[in-house]
Write a protein that binds this ligand. Structure first.
Ligand code: NAP
Length: 456
């Protein structure tokens, strides 16, 4: 790895190779004030974070953004340092010692809980886990779901809920040209799910899904959408509405559709929250309470509880950040506290450490939001740069030190090898790629180039 640089070069570590981190890299490369060298670390052996493991495989146009992000990685001033876990393989103090600036952009690693009895029953899990499964994330085995349930209940009415409902209901033949792992496709093909219930705890106008994603749900072949017309009609005066216009138009149109008798059904429920997940050995139903807006404008239970039969429950109620030791963390908000992009240590902005993306602002916004965030944060880093350069940093090459310590670092060549292997495998079935879906496969493919180099 060639990174030894002249004294005036700003050395930056970006932790998290998802869109937020890569946009930080892109923004740093585009500026003219300082020469830069950027090392983009990731816990995974692969870059692109939620673009690879969150964006639904059938959203091919969005997936193709990886080609744009790859251009930043291809720049000779940028290195990829994959398969390195901050906290396990490298410490925050090592990063701070070896770079003038460290940008944390590792997203929100976990999901929020419902906090209701029965949440731990087999058959009740997070939508995040389900998404990781169909995206071939190595943390979730390809046999994690069997889909022998007939009725699924999805809690939450954001875009993740829309994604999981769509994948559960979509005709599997329409998914065969995606990068969904082959064993997952087999499970989807054999799925017995006929009904998906989606629960929103407020009015339809307060749902956080976006209209483009919502509209797609009504266009699924062989799927009927069922919802309460009175709930939709009454939502006009909702003061908590998020995107009322276009979403409400779509929902109103669905209310007016004649029954189609389709063999799969999507049921949208509003003013409905789960108060218990019931069952003995596994989920058999969800106790759903009708809600209303309290005088304080917050949602409150009415005591009217009905039993909704269902054997798979996916909570889709948002993500939550997790921080490694050595980084300040706001437990309440699940983010690294910051002031205008600078990490706040003891409430004070700490030049030299920055945040971008969900770990800084919470799990909101679409991929492009991170580009704007990077454009806000990088100028702060550049404003601090003279002081950071004067402070200096250690000479050593940290990725090389990690390799010498036995960490199986996956670099750009390693990622290129993984990418090529996946594309070749996908080509056999006329698919854009077939993901390597286990840690072993990824690390083996990603370290072959390094191994070959070491033995020549
Ligand atoms: P989200 O938009 O924050 O939605 C979370 C949902 O969970 C809301 O409906 C929320 O209702 C509900 N909720 C929260 N706590 C609950 C509880 N205890 N009980 C019942 N319901 C509860 O989050 P998300 O869907 O996970 O998406 C995260 C971000 O990624 C969003 O910005 C989203 O747009 C983005 N994303 C975009 C795409 C895309 O562009 N295609 C795809 C996936 C994700 P309240 O509003 O009442 O709190």
């Amino acid at each position: 790895m060639d990174v030894q640089d002249a004294g005036g070069t700003l050395r930056v570590a970006v932790v998290g190779a998802g869109p937020a981190g890569i946009y930080v890299g892109e923004t740093l490369l585009a500026q003219q004030e300082h020469p830069v060298r950027i090392d983009v670390y990731d816990r995974l052996p692969t870059p692109f974070g939620l673009l690879r493991y969150g964006v639904a495989p059938d959203h091919l146009k969005m997936k193709s953004l990886s080609r744009v992000l790859q251009r930043t990685l291809d720049d000779p001033r940028v290195r990829f340092v994959g398969n390195v876990d901050l906290g396990r393989d490298v410490t925050v103090s090592e990063l701070r010692a070896h770079y003038h600036a460290v940008v944390y952009s590792f997203g929100s690693a976990t999901d929020r809980r419902l906090g209701v009895p029965g949440e731990e029953l087999p058959g009740s899990t997070s939508a995040t886990r389900f998404v990781y499964w169909y995206c071939g994330h190595p943390d979730v085995p390809v046999d994690a779901f069997s889909l022998d349930a007939s009725t699924a209940v999805v809690v939450g009415v954001g875009n993740v809920a829309v994604d999981v409902a769509r994948i559960l209901l979509r005709d599997v033949d329409e998914l065969r040209r995606t990068d969904i792992p082959a064993p997952v496709l087999e499970v989807l093909a054999a799925s017995r799910v006929t009904d998906v219930h989606v629960l929103g705890r407020r009015s339809p106008a307060a749902a956080t899904w976006t209209h483009k994603e919502l509209r797609e749900l009504g266009e699924l072949s062989g799927v009927e959408v069922l919802l309460s017309a009175p709930d939709v009609q009454a939502a006009g005066g909702d003061v908590t509405a998020v995107e009322p216009g276009r979403n409400m138009k779509i929902l109103a149109e669905w209310c007016g559709r004649a029954p189609s008798g389709a063999h799969r059904r999507l049921h949208l429920h509003f003013w409905s929250r789960p108060v218990e997940i019931r069952g003995t050995d596994g989920v058999s139903s969800v106790a759903v309470e009708r809600t209303a807006l309290g005088e304080d404008g917050r949602v409150t239970g009415t005591g009217d509880v009905t039993d909704l039969p269902g054997d798979l429950v996916l909570r889709s109620v948002g993500y939550r950040g997790v921080a490694p030791p050595g980084v300040p963390f706001d437990e309440g908000r699940g983010v690294i506290p910051s002031v205008e992009g600078r990490v706040a240590r003891d409430g004070e902005p700490a030049p030299g450490e920055y945040v971008c993306g969900w770990i800084g602002r919470g799990a909101t916004g679409v991929l492009g939001t991170n580009r704007h965030h990077a454009h806000d944060v990088v100028p702060m880093l550049l404003a601090d740069a003279p002081g950071l350069l004067a402070r200096g940093c250690a000479d050593g090459d940290l990725p090389a030190e990690l390799s010498a310590r036995g960490v199986a670092v996956v670099d750009k060549a390693g990622w290129a090898a993984i990418d090529a292997a996946e594309i070749a495998r996908g080509g056999l079935d006329d698919r854009p790629r077939a993901k390597l879906a286990t840690w072993e496969e990824l690390v083996a493919a990603g370290t072959v180039a390094a191994g070959a180099a070491a033995t020549t």
